[in-house]
Design a protein around this ligand. Structure first.
Ligand code: ADP
Ligand code: MG
Length: 209
């Protein structure tokens, strides 16, 4: 599925999505939201946001494929995909990154969802030779409902999302009113001088397909 197709899908599904008005707190009212699920899913259903990044190989194709894999993932339905963004590596080396954010509805618990994200990374041959190494595909669990999670393997909200333009800009495209638990409105995080100083360019639609 192309990113344009995924975005169109997301736009259609967003007809029933109140996240623009309610931010991440919509998870507490998901029982009242008619989310079209491809699975024979049972509640509880959570809204989660996934940060996608790549700067090795065909980075754009990797991001598009990640969206398709999220849609195919049992227990997950892709609801919306942001535009793609080009960003310079932060605390890292290599080519520019291609970044995007996806909103999914999921019946997976957060730890199981993280394992699914790792499996998708592995399908793209993700290696971790050293910290912040260039990567074919990086999938981060940014937000899971309005939960705060701190386990040996998982921290939610993602611990650095509030200071990264490559997360905040695509996230705000999908959910302008969203609140990051522990950090406040994402819009306020994005307005900070440190975030504003980060180079980021949204890729126009014709370049995404
Ligand atoms: P990066 O922080 O650059 O994305 P990795 O993708 O290599 O680095 O992730 C390192 C570890 O971070 C993973 O093994 C994972 O268990 C852990 N982790 C903790 N919280 C999260 C999260 N919210 N999303 C993704 N990975 C997480
Ligand atoms: Mg990661």
């Amino acid at each position: 599925m192309s990113l344009a197709r995924a975005t169109e899908l997301g736009s259609r599904l967003r007809g029933n999505d109140t996240s623009r008005a309610t931010g991440i707190n919509m998870s507490t009212t998901t029982a009242g939201i008619a989310v079209p699920l491809k699975d024979d899913a049972s509640f509880p259903l959570a809204i989660a946001y996934i940060g996608i990044g790549a700067n090795l190989g065909d980075a754009r194709a990797n991001v598009v494929d990640a969206l398709a894999r999220l849609q195919r993932q049992p227990g997950c339905t892709l609801m919306a995909a942001s535009s793609m963004y080009r960003t310079a590596p932060i605390d890292s080396s290599g080519d520019d990154y291609i970044n995007a954010v996806a909103r999914i509805a999921t019946t997976l618990d957060a730890e199981t969802l993280l394992q699914a994200l790792h499996a998708i990374e592995q399908a793209h041959g993700r290696e971790r030779p050293y910290r912040n190494a260039p990567r074919t595909l990086d999938l981060d669990l940014l937000l899971y409902a309005d939960q705060t999670i701190s386990s040996p393997t998982l921290t939610v909200p993602h611990p650095r999302m509030h200071e990264r333009a490559f997360v905040l800009m695509p996230l705000l495209e999908l959910a302008p009113g969203i609140v990051i638990p522990g950090h406040g409105p994402a819009q306020e995080c994005a307005a900070s001088p440190a975030v504003q100083a980060q180079a980021i360019a949204r890729l126009v639609t014709s370049q995404q397909t």
